[in-house]
Design a binder for this molecule. Structure first.
Ligand code: IPE
Ligand code: IPE
Ligand code: MG
Ligand code: MG
Ligand code: MG
Length: 295
């Protein structure tokens, strides 16, 4: 992430903190060493760490502390990384490049990538159950993350094996895919942060509306980057969506209208935070950065 673009948020430090936490958590699990190495390769090898940052900033926006956000931040990155490893498999998007390196199934084997993804998903819930201090809160966070993961998987089905009624307009299909496959985990990251801080219902509602807006925006930007950037810059294969006949924002609306949609969703995200005052400034700044990101 380019730190010059987000002066108020210590991005590198936030990423390093969650990476150290994840490394320590993985070191303490009883796992076959080749599986541990595969998980470490996928989870600790790069990535922008947007979801852990959303957990932390949402937690702080409602008065919580950095340390309160850490278990949920780490669990979110494990589930996100599992989704990427399986998204890249030959039966899915069949990608060779991820986070600037060979995808896990290219680096190891297809069987190992499937199993490492499965393990990351289970490890995320094990981490929440063991590291969130209050059992009641741990249960709520696990339930939230489980539902968001179901929604992400539903989104991957809509994206990969679509079965919409004939009459469903393309834009409705597109929003359904994007809100599920990408929006659900981003919304969840925001909610887990706020819940970790014990947010009131009113504040949780604001954070949720913010998460829904940036969740959709994130995938619209991802679609735009697929058509406007190079594989080298992205660290993943560009021009993949058209090649695979994916339903994307640029394909349906065109590049300019997709960019306007990004701006509209950024405005919607900022409006959702109005009543949270200056504690939510870093979340506004992150939304602005996500709208402008180039990788
Ligand atoms: C990529 O997510 C997959 C989508 C949901 C669009 P990111 O762009 O957050 O990927 P990393 O974590 O930085 O590699
Ligand atoms: C990814 O959508 C969504 C999930 C991984 C759940 P994409 O297939 O567009 O993501 P990239 O472009 O491969 O990162
Ligand atoms: Mg995909
Ligand atoms: Mg993909
Ligand atoms: Mg994509």
């Amino acid at each position: 992430m380019d730190t010059r673009e987000m002066a108020q948020i210590p991005l590198a430090q936030a990423a390093a903190e969650v990476e150290a936490y994840l490394a320590e958590w993985l070191a303490g699990r009883a796992l076959p060493e080749n599986l541990r190495a595969a998980i470490r390769y996928a989870v600790l090898g790069g990535g922008k760490r947007v979801r852990p940052l959303l957990v932390r900033l949402s937690c702080e926006a409602v008065g919580g502390s950095r340390s309160q956000a850490l278990p949920a931040a780490a669990a979110m990155e494990l589930v996100h990384t599992f989704s990427l490893v399986h998204d890249d498999l030959p039966a899915m998007d069949d990608d060779d490049l991820r986070r600037g390196r060979p995808t896990l199934h290219r680096q190891t084997s297809e069987a190992m990538a499937i199993l490492a993804g499965d393990a990351m998903l289970a490890l995320a819930f094990e981490l929440l159950a063991n590291r969130v201090p209050s059992p009641g809160l741990a249960g709520s966070l696990c339930a939230e993350l489980a539902v968001a993961t179901d929604d992400m998987i539903a989104g991957q089905v809509y994206d990969t094996l679509p079965d919409f009624p004939e009459s469903t307009p393309p834009l409705v299909r597109l929003q359904t895919i994007h809100r599920h496959k990408t929006g659900a985990l981003i919304r969840c990251a925001c909610r887990l942060g706020a819940l970790s801080a014990g947010a009131s219902d009113g504040r949780l509602h604001c954070i949720t509306a913010y998460g829904e807006a940036i969740g959709l925006m994130f995938q619209v930007v991802d679609d735009l980057l697929d058509v406007t950037q190079t594989s080298e810059h992205l660290g993943k294969t560009a021009r993949k969506d058209a090649e695979q006949g994916k339903l994307t924002y640029p394909a349906v609306l065109g590049v300019d209208a997709s960019r306007r949609e990004v701006e509209r969703l950024h405005d919607e995200a900022c409006r959702a935070l109005e009543s949270l005052g200056s504690d939510a400034t870093p979340l506004r700044e992150l939304s602005a950065w996500l709208a402008k990101r180039t990788r």
